[in-house]
Design a protein around this ligand. Sequence first.
Ligand code: NAD
Length: 496
Amino acid sequence: MVNKLPLLIDGEFIESNSKDYLEVTNPLSQEVLCEVPCASRDEVDKAVSSAAKAFVSWKETPPPERARLMMEYQFLLKRNQEELAEILSKENGKTFEDAKGDVWRGIEVVEQAANISPMLMGETLENVAKEIDSYSYTQPLGVCAGITPFNFPAMIPLWMFPMAIACGNTFVLKPSEQDPMTPNRLAELFIEAGAPKGLLQVIHGTKEQVDQVLTHKDIKAISFVGSVPVGQYIYKTGTDNLKRVQAFAGAKNHMVVMPDADKQRTIDNLVGASVGAAGQRCMAISVAIFVGESKNWIEDVKTEMQKVSPGSWDSPESGYGPLISKAAKDRVLSLIEKGKSEAKCLLDGSECKVNDYPEGNWVGPTLFSEVKTDSEIYKTEIFGPVLLAINVETLEEAIDLVNANPYGNGTSIFTSSGRSARKYRHEIEVGQVGINIPIPVPLPFFSFTGWKGSFYGDLHAYGKQAVRFYTETKTVTERWFQGGDSEGANLTIKLK
Ligand code: NAD
């Protein structure tokens, strides 16, 4: 019998009373790994009210004590990194090395959360007016919620609940229904680390459960990571319901290849960044802009791409794994088909087969050249192992092209010229910029957010910056009078 994945409500892992279950399949073989419930309305309500109840005492828990919970959690995550990565690989398809990286990038955020106290400190200024001082505190919001995508089932939930909870909030997580086993295991370890009952709730489901979260009167803030249309919907609906919302959305990331770059390193990095993780990364490079004579390297890019073979997560030979689902594969194949009428297809991965896994959701490395910016393949986030090549004559043209794109999550330039690198860094309208680094995901003490259509809402979104999202600031202005001083009636500060 197939295992039914539990919900985490009020400190207990419980079997849902929902009749509505979805199958979670192994993308290598279509084997059903478990069934995930779509939580009932009643269960979502119970999760939120348990989180609201837990907030009453958790917000009074001293920050160093909250930090200690995160230290313990960090220790358990590290100890169980390989086990988590194995669960993750099986349900998501990514290679074991990639899955370990997914867990590790989440652990780094937990480390940040374990240092919460200094990040929560307010500010003070004496004598804002004569004998009057001002200072500010940060205070938690209440119940916060997170809605996460399939492509980083460890890292992205860990972007959210550890920071929110370390700030003194409680949290309701709605992970992707496509790979929910990893988030459930993260939640088990959080309980094992000693998390008091109710701090974290895990409800499963799809749009209906998300809608309940978006409109729930007791949820104060919502963090979302996922595709552009859903991100826009979450932002609009969440803010219409007067909630604080941060929505990380999709992307179309460009790498600019200058003719003075180190050729082999550039090609190796470009191939890894475009087809790695089957292109299912929001920071994957999906467009390469070849400047001037570097266009002559496109054939070499093709040769390197042909050497990458997809395969199963546990084979060290695998360059990447299958796509998450049959539906995702069909979508990518139809875009490749469309691309054949819009550009020149130099390498076609549509017929990809992998020995031993005939049922896997395979798409081979695919390369298009002579791509136009008004084509469907350029305008759409393909989210598969597909690279588009565009040629331009100058760096200025490359910058204009990237800046005209509606998205701005990540970008990179490969060059040996400090001057070109500096110009690119300064003029480019993208949130994460790599210079001779293809996927520049910053550590959590830096900011990580997309620009333009890749992000909606509050920019204090990730790691250390997330403290601003998950707290209110209270500013106090005070003065103390000597006994019997009748001036105390008037607190107006006179500005001269
Ligand atoms: P998705 O938008 O389909 O799903 C994300 C979450 O939203 C899931 O939990 C899902 O259940 C829920 N959801 C789906 N449809 C919904 C609807 N109509 N109403 C309400 N909720 C809904 O995204 P995905 O396919 O799981 O993830 C891939 C996308 O995420 C890509 O576009 C990728 O670029 C993006 N992403 C962005 C970042 C970033 O940092 N900007 C990071 C990772 C992934």
